[in-house]
Design a protein around this ligand. Structure first.
Ligand code: BES
Ligand code: ZN
Length: 654
């Protein structure tokens, strides 16, 4: 199911605190890139499009090739401390400074390795913090050292880390910590060139308490001894936002030879059952787009405070436990994060303004996987849910944010991007190309694109250039350049967009109408077969408000209040709040305290803050929930409350 990071991102953007190469390094097993005639785009045009306005780094002067981390996990102090050593490629002969991104880091010392192998201290300056971008760290390196080392420690408030007390975990015995680096939070736990245009290999030596298992976006060993001393290697070049770490009471359960689940002991079996189709998903994607190039694909199930649904950390997807609902109905999340192994992790956007190259392509591939495994009806229902959300969003957002490729300066904070545009319009555009060319042509084209740009970071212009040469020119008369431009650079959805019909949703629409108009509940034999998607559509299509009696009747029949399914809760509770249905208040408070996934809880907070009584419930609940929330979620909720307080709330009933 496609999701809305949008609303939460737009709200988060109000608090700047909340936050979103062309090395051509072949993978060990990389397939040979297809020979491609390239229509020339001027180098200056690509260089300008490639510029990342959300990083202080100067990768056209010097680039990090490899990162070696030496870190200690300190749960009591809530810090990571140690050092980061960079192997550098000084590309500009005049460059004598290394500029890095940092946020709230304590920089202790900086060293450079001299030609004789000795390490000497280097001068550095840490600039005042910018609210969105953090502090620029400038290191003076007159000798253009091949290796530079920064000794540092993180702040307990690092925006990219969450530290959980034992009471906030499933097992309640050991503390837990995890990172979330995308978009620009890696800089809060490692000083880096924090831009997706720079790719590097990494190693890490991490120490921590003996009873904590440490995992990274690297070569995790399912059989690793839990001894407080761990070493990692990521031999494939990745961008900084894919750097990830987690530590806690984590155990492993295999799904297949190359896949398995890491989770707290109480959760691992359930998770492995829910995600049992992972291997089939990988095989399906490989058939379409070529080999999975990252060796293992494991899933780490995080505590419910994880602020996102999933994060495609290479070799180790981070996932919310809220998709484990017992019937595999929400596993499109795994399809999505797995798909990023091609779209995003292999071929990466070079800056946030090209977010659709990651998320739009991934949402397209996700839908293909869902179709292959669970059938076209399910894939279509998921498409319709996404497109309804997109239509709603286009009514409110700035047309500038409705383009797939954004112009420089459009995004102040990279977390401000419209997710419905990036995800759903992006996927829709590829569905449009698929429809015009047919799968016989489009599937090999996409596979060729992934091979051609494998392990590179590119701007939209590179895709356009590739598509013009390999699709438009080779198969003339199907899609015009003007159509391509309209999709990529224009607002809204072009008229050429293929429509999706869903007979199963038509039946839900009819059932809802019969109930709203005549009070007749849908046929129990039909609803018994409804999936999460149908329930979501049923609730989502309700009138703006219902009467308390109507809500009571629905609850009596379907027990929406207190539902363990977060996707249904995300739609039901705002409707309950809008309709003044206070019987749900206690369940709302419990839901908001238990779950930290922004997409699921923000719609309810946003509805609550609209009235004085709702605002009170929101504030009281937030006060209790806050210690367990991730900094990103805290930022979003604080922004929603602050916004409501700035604009006086409407009295109840208006
Ligand atoms: N890469 C994203 C998560 C992300 C995007 C984090 C932008 C920070 C900034 C991830 O792949 C994703 O899209 N997650 C979705 C779930 C998915 C099924 C649509 C989410 O978290 O809702
Ligand atoms: Zn994604």
């Amino acid at each position: 199911m496609r999701t809305s990071i949008l609303t939460v991102c737009l709200v988060a953007a109000l608090t700047a605190a909340a936050g979103c190469s062309r090395d051509a390094a072949p993978a060990a097993d990389s397939a040979k890139p297809a020979a491609t005639p390239e229509a020339k785009v001027s180098d200056t045009a690509v260089a300008a499009a490639d510029r990342d306005e959300h990083s202080y780094a100067q990768p056209d002067l010097v680039r990090i090739d490899d990162l070696a981390l030496e870190l200690k996990v300190d749960f009591a102090a809530k810090t990571l401390s140690g050092s980061a050593t960079y192997t550098l490629d000084w590309t500009d002969p005049k460059a004598v400074q290394l500029v890095l991104d940092t946020r709230e880091l304590k920089i202790e010392q900086v060293f450079g390795e001299a030609a004789d192998g000795k390490w000497q201290e280097l001068k550095f300056a840490l600039a005042d913090a910018d609210k969105t971008l953090g502090s620029k760290l400038t290191i003076e390196a007159p000798q253009r050292n091949k290796r530079i080392r920064v000794a540092y420690a993180t702040s307990p408030n690092a925006s990219g880390l969450q530290w959980l007390e034992p009471s906030m975990t499933e097992g309640k015995k050991l503390p837990f910590m995890f990172s979330q680096s995308q978009q620009i939070h890696a800089r809060s736990w490692v000083p880096l060139q924090d831009t997706p245009s720079v790719r590097f290999t990494y190693t890490a030596h991490v120490t921590g308490p003996k009873d904590a298992m440490v995992l990274m976006s690297a070569d995790n060993d399912p059989k690793a001894a839990r001894d407080g001393d761990y070493s990692f290697k990521m031999p494939q070049k990745i961008p900084s936002y894919l750097l990830a770490i987690a530590a806690g009471d984590l155990v492993f359960q295999p799904i297949s030879n190359r896949s398995g689940v890491w989770a707290e002991p109480a959760m691992v079996k359930k998770a492995a059952t829910e995600f049992a189709d992972t291997e089939k998903m990988t095989e399906t994607t490989e058939k379409l787009y070529g080999p999975y190039r990252w060796e293992r694909y494991d899933i780490l199930v995080l505590p419910p405070s994880f602020p996102y649904g999933g994060m495609e950390n290479p070799r180790l997807t981070f996932a919310t436990p809220t998709v484990i609902v017992g019937d595999k109905s929400l596993v499109s999340l795994v399809a999505h994060e797995l798909a990023h192994s091609w779209s995003g992790n292999l071929v990466t956007f070079s800056s946030s303004k090209d977010g659709w190259l990651n998320e739009g392509f991934t949402s397209y591939v996700e839908n293909r996987i869902v179709e292959a495994l669970y059938g076209k009806e399910r894939a279509d229902m998921e498409n319709v849910i996404g497109r309804n959300e997109l239509a709603a969003e286009f009514k409110t957002i700035d047309p500038k944010l409705q383009a797939l490729a954004l112009k420089p300066g459009t995004l102040k904070d990279p977390d401000d991007a419209s997710s419905a545009t990036v995800y759903t319009k992006g996927a829709w555009f590829l569905q449009f190309l698929e429809q015009r060319y047919g799968r016989d042509v489009f599937d090999p084209f996409l596979r060729g694109y992934f091979d051609h740009f494998a392990f590179q970071s590119i701007p939209t212009e590179k895709f356009v250039e590739y598509a013009k040469a390999n699709l438009l020119a080779k198969h003339p008369g199907k899609v015009s350049e003007a159509e391509l431009d309209e999709w990529i650079y224009g607002p809204g959805i072009p008229k050429s967009a293929p429509a999706t019909v869903s007979p199963r949703f038509d039946a839900v629409d009819a059932a809802r109408k019969a109930w709203v108009d005549g009070g007749k509940l849908p046929d129990a034999a039909a609803t018994a077969k409804w999936s999460t998607q149908e329930w979501v559509h049923f609730v989502e299509g309700m009138p703006e408000k219902l009467s308390v009696d109507q809500l009571k009747a629905l609850d009596a029949a379907y027990k929406f209040t207190g539902t363990p399914n977060g996707e249904i809760a995300q739609r039901w509770y705002p409707l309950a709040v809008r309709s003044g249905y206070h019987a749900a208040d206690a369940a709302i408070a419990a839901f908001l305290q238990k779950i930290g996934r922004r997409k699921l809880i923000m719609p309810t907070y946003e509805e609550l803050v609209k009235t004085p009584e709702g605002l009170k419930l929101a504030e009281d609940t937030f006060a209790k929930a806050k210690p367990g929330y991730h900094p990103i979620t805290t930022g979003s909720v604080e922004a929603a409350i602050a916004k409501a307080k700035a604009a006086p709330a409407a009295p109840a009933g208006q």
